[in-house]
Design a protein around this ligand. Sequence first.
Ligand code: HEC
Ligand code: HEC
Length: 340
Amino acid sequence: MRTTGDVRRVWLAGALVGLSALVVGAGCALFQSERVSKGQKLYAHYCMHCHGEHGRQNEGYNWSSMPDPRPKDLSAKEEMSTFKDEELFATVSREMKDTTPEVGDKIGDDEFAVPTMPTFKYTLSEEELWAIVAYVRTLHGTKLQYDVDGRKKGLQDQLQAAQQQYDRAKQVLETAEKKAEEEAKKKRAEVDDSATSKEQEALAVAAKELEKAKAAEANFSARPKFAAVARPDLTMKPGQAVKLSDDGRRLYMNKYGCHACHRVGETGGVVGPALDRAGFRLNSTWVYRWIKYPQSMKPDTRMPNLGLTDSDAKAIVMYVGTLRAPGPDKSEAKAQAKVE
Ligand code: HEC
Ligand code: HEC
């Protein structure tokens, strides 16, 4: 028969388990709300002009100026709940794709590739992107399920493993070199470098893996950093310039969706300045540097780094150079007043 003491002990143990679960749960909730409020700030800076404060249609000031498709309603629970956290993350951190039919990139049926929804892969850290996803979840009344801290830990573990692999490969090479040296001494010959080529190769592979793991781990919590943009060579024959600026126009519209934020004539968004007269106003080398890496000139600009390749950037610069609308007359001044 159970004594009262036993019962009390069982009750106490149960209460302790419950209590510790509560503490762990509260810790997570605290973490989660920190992440959400960080995400909210980033959303306000990078997303709100298009998607609106609450994610609703026609709420952001850029919404009605944008070409179709208009920014998605992020508050629509029914639709948004069908996306996994990983899918939302993939949308904000994807590579831009040339959506031009036939000549453009191959795009899978399930792949999200709307040029006027920018990527933030080259602008924000992975942790920041997860914070944004966590905030977006709150807009339709759900919660981030993805284990962000687990991901962070995973990257740290991978880095540690890569470091160990590298150290081991280095040791193996050193041992092999010593052995080759001794053998050479015995034969009174020169040390044969090729005797350790297998070990050298293994070390090179390990070094590459280590670099990759280091970059992935660093990119988790720090924003991506790139080398300074080299001065482009923009000299070319006139025929080539025409072809290139045609390509540039296509990429501007169908790959990088620059018109989502910039107006030319009557079309395009109003997040950035109108580019009607950019060909007169802006120096080509400057434009090249800006579009390749806006954050290097203005770290907090709302214009994301869209990951332009050198050749795409060159083509777009040629196109921007052709934008030479006549100076503001009355009708344009009126249109300007309407925008403001
Ligand atoms: C320049 C305007 C613009 C900005 C800035 C912008 N978006 Fe979008 N967003 C769009 C457009 C356009 C779509 C596509 C709508 C469609 O396909 O129906 C879209 C779609 C989405 C989708 C739905 C993706 C899918 O699979 O259908 C999500 C999620 C999203 N945006 C999140 C964000 C977040 C988060 C940010 C900020 C980090 C952001 N957007 C910034 C314009 C923008
Ligand atoms: C999400 C919105 C957004 C997208 C997409 C975008 N830009 Fe911008 N852009 C801006 C903003 C905002 C500025 C103003 C810079 C600042 O002061 O922060 C800007 C500035 C510029 C400028 C300098 C304009 C001037 O008059 O000083 C050029 C040129 C430019 N962008 C070209 C492009 C091109 C080309 C693309 C496509 C590859 C592009 N932008 C995509 C938002 C955007």
